[in-house]
Design a protein around this ligand. Structure first.
Ligand code: DC
Length: 228
């Protein structure tokens, strides 16, 4: 087997879907149950957004953002509590990365084709034995089109806004449900309508609607696709 054959032999489970569909939580739990690696591709886009903010780069300056995508070093580390910490140029930026501001910046940056190309290979190197769970928007369509297992998670916008509201309220962040719903709908529209790698299920992805389902039920459904 040559290097390419070896890589293709490593299984990938892609989990795509809109923000708030539960992808992050589900993907991490599924990766841990399978003993596979985990890629949080959204964190890469968020990291470029945060890094651009640190460097005072204008979100309307695509050339500078592309340079920033190439220059930003992103590292991942599991903390003892099992949470994924994200390092930007060696600095732990996890909390800043998870803010709504970073999410909105990531969504704007993610619409720039050259930024997406700059991040492509960085995502593919996560494919390592014994397997990879890749969480994002275009994992099954663009980054790992040959993945043997593909899932597309959805949930109603209202339920996604409620989940996010609960998460943020638990952290003591003050937001309104109506405001979150507006942001979610705006982000969905931007992610689905962009010209490059828009959010859509791969043709061979299995859709799972998580509205009204608990985390464990979704994890079992996703695992059933891989172990079937
Ligand atoms: O999954 P997330 O909310 O952390 O992603 C943040 C933004 O990054 C999201 O609005 C769209 C973009 N993104 C993307 O375009 N492609 C990916 N594979 C992952 C995220």
């Amino acid at each position: 087997m040559n290097d390419t054959d070896l890589k293709v032999a490593i299984p990938v489970l892609t989990i795509d879907g809109p923000s708030g569909s539960g992808k992050g939580t589900i993907s991490r739990l599924v990766a841990s149950r399978l003993g596979w690696h985990y890629l949080d591709s959204g964190a890469l886009y968020r990291a470029v957004g945060v890094s651009a903010g640190w460097a005072d780069i204008d979100l309307a300056d695509p050339a500078a953002l592309v340079r920033c995508a190439f220059d930003t070093e992103v590292g991942f580390r599991d903390d003892p509590g099992g949470e994924l910490r994200v390092l930007i140029n060696g600095l732990d930026a996890t909390d800043e990365l998870r803010t709504e501001t970073a999410g909105a910046a990531a969504s704007a940056i993610a619409a720039i084709p050259e930024v997406r190309s700059a991040l492509k290979e960085r995502q593919r190197v996560f494919r390592r034995a014994p397997g990879l769970v890749a969480d994002g928007r275009d994992m099954g369509t663009v980054i790992f089109p040959d993945a043997p297992f593909k899932v597309f998670l959805t949930a109603s916008a209202e339920e996604r806004a409620e989940r996010r509201y609960k998460q943020l309220s638990d952290k003591g962040v003050s937001v309104t449900l109506a405001g979150l719903l507006r942001e979610i709908l705006a982000r969905d529209a931007r992610d689905a309508q962009r010209a490059v790698a828009p959010l859509r299920p791969a043709e061979d992805a299995v859709r799972i609607d998580t509205t009204g389902l608990g985390i464990d039920a979704v994890v079992e459904r996703v695992l059933a696709r891989v172990t079937a």
